[in-house]
Structures are given as structure tokens and as C-alpha cells.
Ligand binder design. Structure first.
Ligand code: ADP
Length: 732
């Protein structure tokens, strides 16, 4: 009968069964719970004798009931249901399966083994408990271990991080220290530099002071003798019985005496100003009239140089104000002459003035070379010059102008742009005094302006038979002076810088070049190097002129190919003797070349025998050798060409006809036509004496248009006809 596998349901079932079958001897319940229920019912029915058997042998239920004698036995029930299910599934899926599954035999538990089983179970439970405890502990340890491992890795990561941070901090610290040390070093250096600069400034100031003092003293001493020179020179310059050369030399002297005189006056005034001893002599002046008068002195120079000199004056009333007119005239003179000095021919110079409130504004604007921003700040410093190498003045003019303007309570300023021009502006307060200026002569006359800014006219005439000397110097007065000193013996050509010098040398192929070392555009060393590299000019001797006689410069000069050196100032005698010795040297080399031409013919005689010929190299510069060898090569290739002209030879040599002519003449003393005929005849003579060719054949081979002309030239050159040469040779 079914009883739902539990005790409570089994009780009524067993009860009813016992009622129906009171003499049952054994009850077999399908599990221990139902067996226990059945035992209870059997006892109640007074049937403690019924053997009751259960199944499952669960320790706390079945086995305990056996031990307590509630039931008589129970069976361990190894159902092994999973094996049945596995077999069933295999059958369903059609997989191979074991046909027989032997289940383990169930074993019975009764009073005889129940206690042991219970004990075993208890022990098992205890062991299981211990195992569980152990497992828990192990789990705990694992958990602890893994958290410790994580902690360990985290610690390592933190340590590495800390190390990293520490390293970075350390590095930053060292860098900071290094930086600081560097800054301190720099600071120290800067301080040292500043101290040095300060010391230098002080020294410079001292030097300037002593320079000024020295200049002042010297200027005082110079003024009297200079006046004594100036007067006679000025009078001499007026004389009308001078030769052209004397007139030019006197003009050079007059011009430079005036420049010196003005410089000396400027220095003395500057010194007075610095010592506070320069007074203002104010008087009421008609400014407009004064300006017009002052400008007049510049008109002639402006005309000569095609410079537009404009005056931009306010219309209407004349401007009357108190000025020290002599000083303001000198300011004006300085500004306008600077404008002339630094403005090229065909430029424009504009003088403008107007009243602006209680100030008079006077400006001088030019379209000249301008002043760079770097130099603008120093322009009013004493002795400052933008171009110290090629100064056009002394550098004192503007500082004195500033001093004069400031004495009047005014100011002076400049605006300038390189290659566009400059504008100098003077502002003077308009004040009045009762004293009216008497008519004063302008301090600077047209002659002064002319002397300082104009150039001395003197064209050198060319005479055919004189040697040509090219004088290259940026100072026009030196050009003139050297030119005049040489004019008696030489034709003089001049150039103002190296680049112009090279051009002129190529054009004129002079016999000598005299060249300054320091020049704008292209200096003397470079110019000399170019001359020595250029085929048409390489043979020309170069004499270098320089203001200093430093050995180093001399070496540089010789390295660039200069043939001689002359330190300025030089005497006319020395200059002339150096020139003539250099030209004589050149002549000797020329003679050497001349004999070299003959040597070439000699060589050819040998060369014909060996069926080979090459030109000889005489002693001269490599460029000249190369030039001559190339000439011989080109000419020999065309020797039979009777149409060969000097023009075509020159163009093959890459030179113009005149350059070619001068070069050949300078090297060999023959004109190209003479040289060609000479070489042809000498070659012809070689052929006459060494070959069996007929005379007319040789004549044609050597480029003579007819045999008769060949024979004529041959006789002129050798004093016999080609046939006579042969007969003489045959009879030998
Ligand atoms: P200097 O007597 O040499 O002319 P200044 O004191 O008058 O001396 O001028 C100082 C420098 O200022 C000159 O060397 C020149 O380089 C520059 N300078 C003056 N005026 C001009 C100008 N109008 N244009 C360009 N440069 C000028």
C-alpha cells in the first residue's frame, strides 16, 4: 500500500492493514520513516512481535530506529538511479549501451551492526565536521592568501610608484639646483659683464675726455699754422698762371685746409660747450631771410650734382625771432651738408620750416641712404659715425648741432629709413629780444660748401704713347692727387671702388693698377684677386695703397696677388719710383715671353720630327701660361686657314677684340697679326727644312693666300726665299 513515504501517512495505512490482516508476521516498508510509523502502529495493536523492516539505513532515522529496537532491520539502498538514467538516455539516442548493469547488493542493517554503523556515522560526521572546518580554514587561508597576494602586488606597485615619484622628485631637485647654479653663474657673468661695461664706459669717457682735451690742445696749436697755410693756399688757388696740374693740386690743398679748419673749430666749440663756456649771443633775426641766404651757398653744388634743393616756407608774414644766428647757421650747415653727403646725385633735399604754437620747427629731409634703426639712437653722440671704415666726416657735427640747439632751449630729432632717406627736425622756442641783428655775413660761404661737398674737376688727358695707370680709390681727392702726380708720365684712368676698378681694368687693360685696400662695394684685396683671375687683366701689376702699414695686411695683399705695397701717406717720389719699377718688371717679363714665342717655333721643329708638337711654358703666372697655351692650340689648329681673322681668334679665346689685342701685345710685345704671321713663317721654315713638300704647298698649308705673298713675307722675315733655304740645305 502507498503511504507517501512519510511516517504520518503510513500510520493509518498500517493501522487499517493490521485491522484487516491481524496475523501479519512481517512488515516491509519502502523507507525507514514508513517503517517507524508501522512499528508504532504494530505496538499499539499489541503486536510488538511483528518483524518490521525498512529501507534507506539513514543514520539518524533508519539505523537509529534499528539501534533503538523500533524496527528490526533496514537496508542500505544503493539506488544508483543515475546509472539507470544514463543507460536509458543512451538507448534513446541510439548510442551503444551495456545490456546488463549490475547494481551493488544492498546490505542489511540490524541490531548487530546498527551501533557500529551509528558509531561509524558519528565518527564520519565528526571527521566530516573536521574536514569542513579544515576546508573552511583552508578557504580562509586562501582568501587571506589571495588578499595578501593582492596586498603584496599592490605594495610592490606602490613601492615602484614611490620609487618613480622619488626619482622624478630627485631629478627635478637636481635640475632645479643645476638651473639655479646656472642662473647664478649667468648672474655672476652678467654682473661681471656689467662691471666690465661700467669700467669700459668709464674708461671710454675718460678716453673721450682726454681725446677731447688732446684735440683741444692740438686744435689750439693747429689753428694758427692752419690759418697761415689757408691764406696763402686760398690766394694761390686764385692765381691764373698755374698749370692744370698745379691748379688741381692747390684745389686739393685748399679743400682739405678748409675741412681741417672747420673740424678744429667744431672741436673747440664742443669743448667750450662741455665746459659750459659757450654763450648764446641772441639777436632778433628774420628767420626766413636767413634761411634763404644760407641755402644760397648750396645751390652751386646742388646744380652740379643734379640734386633738387627745395625750400618749403610758410606763406605770408616773415618769421622774426631771437637766435644766435651764427650757431643756428652752423646747425643748418651741418644738417644740409650731411644731406648732400649721404644723398646720391639726382636726389632731393627739402628744407622746410613753420611756426607750431610757440615753437619754430625746421626740418631737413633727404632722399638719401638713410640710417639704420640700430644707429639712429647713437647719431647725436660725439664722434659717432655709421661707417667707420669709409668716414665722410668726423662724427662731431651732429653732436655739436644738438648742443647748439639745446643751448637755445630747443630739441633736435631724426626719423630715417634705410634707402629711403632721413628727416632731421629742429625745434626752437620763439622768443624775442630787443637787440636786432645787424646784417651778418654768413659764416659758411659758397666756397666752403663747394670745397667740402663739391668735387675737384680734372679730367686726365690720354696720350697714345704713355703707359696707362688705373687708380682705384674711394676718396676722390686721393684719386686726384695720385692722378696728378702720375699725369706727367702716364695716362691716368680712375675708379671709385673695386667693382668699378675691375670693369675699367678689363676695358682699358692698363699697364699698372694702383688700388686702395679699404673701399666700399668691393675692397682692394678682392679687386686684386679678381684682376689676377681675369684672363685679360692677369698680367697687370697691382700696387696696393693703404693707410696702415700692418704686416698682416701686407701679407693679405700679397696673397691676393698684389705686386707691391705702399703705405699712406707716401711721397710723390716714392710713388713714381714704385710705379716705374713695377712697369719695368712687367716689361722684362714681356721680353721673356717674346723669346718664348721663338722658343715655341724651336720646339715645333723638334716636334715635327717626332710627329708631335707641344707649346713650351715660359716663366709667368699660371693664368698667362694657360692663356698662351690655349692661344697656340687654337691657332695651330687653324694655321692653314687663310681666312683666319684676329676677331675670330679673339672670340674663340672668349675675349673682345681690343682685350685680345692688348693681352697679346702685353704678353709678347707683338700685335696678334704680327704674332700670327711670325708663328706661320717659323712653322713654314720648319716645313721647308724638314719635309719634301713643294714651296707653294707649304705656303697654302701655312695659310698664305698666294705662293708669291708667302715668298715675299718669308724673304722679309729671313732675308732669303724658301727655295734659297732649301738649295742651301741641299748643298750642305
Ligand atoms: P660727420 O661730421 O661725420 O658727418 P655727423 O655727426 O654730422 O658726423 O653725423 C654722424 C653720422 O650720422 C654720419 O657719419 C652719418 O653716418 C650719419 N648721418 C648724418 N646725417 C645723415 C643723413 N642725412 N643721411 C644718412 N646718414 C646720416
Amino acid at each position: 500500500m502507498a503511504a507517501n513515504w512519510n511516517k504520518e501517512d503510513a500510520v493509518p495505512v498500517v493501522d487499517s492493514l493490521l485491522n484487516i490482516y491481524p496475523d501479519v508476521d512481517l512488515i516491509f516498508a519502502h523507507n525507514d520513516r514508513m517503517a517507524i510509523g508501522a512499528s508504532e502502529v504494530a505496538r499499539r495493536h499489541g503486536r510488538g512481535d511483528i518483524t518490521i523492516i525498512g529501507i534507506d539505513a539513514a543514520p539518524n532515522i533508519g539505523i537509529k530506529a534499528v539501534a533503538d529496537s523500533v524496527i528490526d532491520a533496514t537496508f542500505l539502498y544503493p539506488t544508483e538511479g543515475h546509472r539507470l538514467i544514463q543507460t536509458a538516455l543512451k538507448i534513446l539516442k541510439g548510442k551503444p549501451y551495456e545490456r546488463e548493469v549490475i547494481l551493488p547488493v544492498s546490505s542489511a542493517v540490524d541490531l548487530s551492526n546498527a551501533d557500529i554503523l551509528l558509531l561509524q556515522n558519528e565518527t564520519l560526521n565528526e571527521e566530516t565536521g573536521k574536514m569542513r572546518l579544515l576546508k573552511r580554514r583552508i578557504d580562509d587561508y586562501w582568501a587571506q592568501h589571495s588578499s595578501q597576494t593582492s596586498l603584496f602586488y599592490a605594495s610592490i606597485a606602490i613601492i615602484i610608484l614611490l620609487f618613480g615619484v622619488f626619482f622624478l622628485l630627485l631629478r627635478a631637485f637636481w635640475q632645479h639646483r643645476r638651473h639655479q647654479a646656472m642662473l647664478m653663474d649667468q648672474n655672476r657673468l652678467l654682473e661681471e659683464e656689467r662691471d666690465k661695461q661700467k669700467m669700459l664706459n668709464e674708461k671710454l669717457e675718460e678716453a673721450t675726455q682726454s681725446k677731447l682735451m688732446f684735440f683741444t690742445n692740438v686744435s689750439h696749436d693747429l689753428r694758427t699754422p692752419l690759418t697761415l697755410i689757408a691764406e696763402p693756399v686760398a690766394q694761390l688757388a686764385e692765381a691764373d698762371n698755374l698749370t692744370r696740374q698745379q691748379a688741381t693740386l692747390i684745389k686739393i690743398a685748399d679743400k682739405n685746409v678748409r675741412i681741417l679748419r672747420r673740424l678744429i673749430n667744431q672741436i673747440l666749440d664742443f669743448r667750450k660747450y662741455e665746459n659750459g663756456k659757450l654763450d648764446l649771443k641772441l639777436s632778433e633775426v628774420d628767420f626766413g631771410k636767413a634761411i634763404e641766404e644760407w641755402m644760397e651757398s648750396f645751390r652751386a653744388v646742388a646744380r652740379k650734382r643734379d640734386i633738387r634743393l627745395a625750400l618749403d616756407a610758410p606763406d605770408g608774414e616773415s618769421v622774426k625771432m631771437a637766435l644766435d644766428s651764427e650757431k643756428i647757421e652752423r646747425v643748418f650747415f651741418n644738417l644740409v651738408s650731411n644731406a648732400f653727403k649721404y644723398t646720391p646725385d639726382n636726389g632731393t633735399i627739402t628744407v622746410a620750416y613753420h611756426i607750431d604754437g610757440d615753437m619754430l620747427s625746421l626740418s631737413v629731409a633727404d632722399t638719401g641712404e638713410g640710417i639704420s634703426e640700430r644707429d639712429l639712437g647713437n647719431i647725436f653722440d660725439r664722434f659717432f659715425q655709421v661707417d667707420r671704415v669709409h668716414p665722410k666726416g668726423s662724427g662731431i657735427g651732429l653732436s655739436l648741432a644738438k648742443a647748439f640747439v639745446e643751448l637755445h632751449g630747443g630739441s633736435i630729432s631724426v626719423e630715417s629709413e634705410v634707402n629711403k632717406g632721413s628727416v632731421f627736425t629742429v625745434k626752437l622756442p620763439v622768443i624775442h629780444v630787443s637787440e636786432v641783428a645787424s646784417e651778418v655775413e654768413p659764416v659758411n660761404s659758397g666756397a666752403d660748401v663747394e670745397a667740402e661737398l663739391g668735387s675737384i674737376e680734372s679730367a686726365f688727358e690720354m696720350e697714345a704713347e704713355k703707359p696707362v695707370v688705373l687708380v682705384i680709390d674711394d676718396n676722390r681727392d686721393i684719386q686726384k692727387l695720385v692722378g696728378e702726380l702720375l699725369a706727367a708720365d702716364y695716362n691716368v684712368v680712375v675708379a671709385s671702388n673695386g667693382a668699378e676698378g675691375v670693369k675699367r681694368a678689363v676695358k682699358y687693360v692698363p699697364d699698372l693698377v694702383i688700388c686702395d685696400v679699404m673701399m666700399p662695394v668691393m675692397d682692394g684685396l678682392e679687386c686684386c684677386r679678381r684682376l689676377k683671375e681675369e684672363v685679360s687683366t692677369s698680367h697687370i701689376p697691382v700696387l696696393m695703397l693703404t693707410a696702415c702699414s700692418m704686416d698682416e695686411q701686407r701679407v693679405q695683399g700679397y696673397e691676393s696677388g698684389a705686386d707691391g705695397y705702399l703705405a699712406k701717406p707716401f711721397s710723390a717720389k716714392v710713388l713714381l719710383s714704385r710705379c716705374s719699377s713695377l712697369i719695368a718688371n712687367r716689361k722684362r717679363i714681356k721680353e721673356l715671353w717674346q723669346s718664348a714665342v721663338n722658343a715655341v717655333a724651336e720646339k715645333q721643329r723638334e716636334a715635327v720630327k717626332e710627329e708631335k708638337q707641344k707649346a713650351d711654358k715660359p716663366v709667368a703666372s699660371d693664368i698667362d701660361n694657360q692663356f698662351y697655351n690655349r692661344f697656340i692650340e687654337i691657332f695651330m689648329a687653324e694655321i692653314g686657314n687663310s681666312e683666319l681673322t684676329v676677331d675670330s681668334l679673339a672670340s674663340k679665346m672668349g675675349l673682345e677684340r681690343t682685350q685680345f689685342y692688348r693681352k697679346i701685345k702685353a704678353l709678347t710685345n707683338y700685335s696678334p697679326v704680327e704674332l700670327m704671321r711670325n708663328l706661320r713663317l717659323k712653322q713654314a721654315r720648319v716645313l721647308v727644312t724638314t719635309t719634301d713638300k713643294t714651296i707653294s704647298e707649304i705656303g697654302y698649308d701655312m695659310g698664305f693666300s698666294t705662293p708669291a705673298y708667302f715668298t715675299k713675307c718669308y724673304r722679309e722675315a729671313f732675308g732669303e726665299t724658301p727655295t734659297e733655304t732649301r738649295t742651301k740645305l741641299g748643298s750642305r
